[in-house]
Design a protein around this ligand. Structure first.
Ligand code: ZN
Ligand code: ZN
Length: 407
């Protein structure tokens, strides 16, 4: 029997446990950076399987060492979203919470992070229960808070992650997507975009609406900035370089006859390379400064960067090894060849902190004929079976490609 077959031998027997665990997480979602109950359940489970358990930066890390061999880290994100669930499932969330602004909001696992937690706990259990000689090395199950706000991976790194656990030789992650359940797939190179949000404050001089000569009008200034920013992608990037610049919010003024004193813009950018990313950001700053100068703005503009996501850049060698293992285990027809996603993830901050290569794959979560509901929708409802068992298998198969390589 292969190592994979040995580790997965009890998967069917554990299916009830796995689905109960999933329903429990789904019913009890928590907002980013407030995942205390979730972390508690994870901590108890990992301890029960015999893992050495660490609390790091709001996350939980389990380490299971089985002698000399490679170290494999698998990451799951654990936060929910401020979304009122409308799936109609009998285990739908009715949770509410207080958000950072003090407002009461509904909370839902609308991005499927409950699938990620459950699958990683399932794989962690099977790897721990497998006979001692099935695999050699160290398996690290890392549960990360606050992916949705891009704060969680950074918080774990800042809390000393690198010094507290063994250095992984390879890092792995997965995300459930609107694709058929039972399928997995990854791609080499930039798989998900780098993202930045910037709040820009433009200063003017307020005046009566009838006396524009005494003003520096920040409304006109903001309009010119918005127009000019759209020339970055169209005129400064090569046609085959991907980049997005979106002005998602423009706020200024209150009344028709008052010229306000300032305007604010909220800008979002996406890129698949560090070069394009830094070009977008430097061009935005250059254009804003120049337009402020042109408008006689009385004070320099202010830039506040937030919700910054790094590039997810899958290592070619790791991706190839994992894809080969997926094909051998699942069969060709269950291995997807996904396109790059314009969405973003903070996963890569963890392997990057160790200088470790990684791959991040996608996991299907819906029936073949189901209407494709996107992540973050109040209707996002992955089917527990076979999504959970496929998620467990993918982790075991990718992990054992290192911990028990087949020759
Ligand atoms: Zn999400
Ligand atoms: Zn997500």
């Amino acid at each position: 029997m292969t190592a994979i077959a040995t580790v997965l031998a009890d998967l069917e027997a554990h299916r009830g446990w796995l689905e109960d665990l999933y329903v429990d997480f789904h019913r009890h979602p928590e907002l980013s950076s407030a995942e205390t109950r979730t972390a508690g359940v994870i901590r108890d489970q990992l301890g029960g399987f015999g893992y050495e358990v660490h609390d790091i930066g709001g996350g939980v890390v389990g380490v299971l060492a089985r002698g000399q061999g490679p170290t494999v880290l698998m990451r799951a994100d654990i936060d929910g979203l401020p979304v009122v669930e409308r799936t109609g499932l009998d285990y739908a969330s009715t949770a509410t919470s207080t958000d950072p602004d003090g407002d009461t909001v509904g909370v839902m696992h609308a991005c499927g992070h409950d699938v990620h937690i459950t699958a990683l706990l399932g794989a962690a259990r099977l790897l721990a229960e497998a006979p001692e000689d099935t695999w050699r090395g160290t398996f690290i199950a890392l549960f990360q808070p606050a992916e949705e706000t891009a704060a969680g991976a950074a918080a774990m790194v800042e809390d000393g992650l690198v010094g507290k656990i063994p250095r992984p030789d390879v890092a792995l992650g997965q995300h459930v997507m609107p694709a058929p359940a039972g399928r997995v797939g990854t791609l080499a190179g930039p798989a998900m975009s780098a993202a930045d949000s910037i709040k820009v404050t433009l200063h003017g001089t307020g005046s009566h609406g009838s006396m524009p000569q005494l003003s520096v009008d920040p409304v006109l200034l903001a309009a010119n900035v918005v127009q000019r920013l759209q020339a970055i992608v169209s005129r400064e990037l090569a046609p085959d370089d991907f980049g997005v610049v979106t002005v998602g919010a423009l706020n200024a003024g209150t009344k028709s006859n008052i010229i306000p004193a300032f305007a604010t813009l909220r800008i979002n950018t996406r890129a698949y390379s560090k070069k394009v990313r830094s070009r977008l950001l430097s061009s935005i700053e250059r254009i804003v400064h120049a337009e402020c100068e042109a408008a006689r703005s009385p004070e320099p503009p202010e830039f506040e960067y937030y919700d910054q996501f790094p590039l997810t850049d899958n290592d070619a060698e790791v991706t190839d090894l994992v894809t080969t293992a997926f094909r051998r285990h699942f069969g060709e027809d269950r291995v997807m060849a996904p396109n790059r996603l314009s969405g973003s993830e903070d996963f890569s901050r963890i392997p990057d902190a160790f200088g470790t290569p990684y791959t991040y794959w996608l996991l299907g979560g819906f029936t073949e004929d189901a209407e494709r509901v996107p992540n973050h929708s109040p209707f996002f409802a992955p089917v527990p079976h076979p999504t959970l068992t496929t998620g467990v298998e993918a982790i075991v198969v990718a992990g054992l490609a290192y911990l028990a390589p087949e020759e």
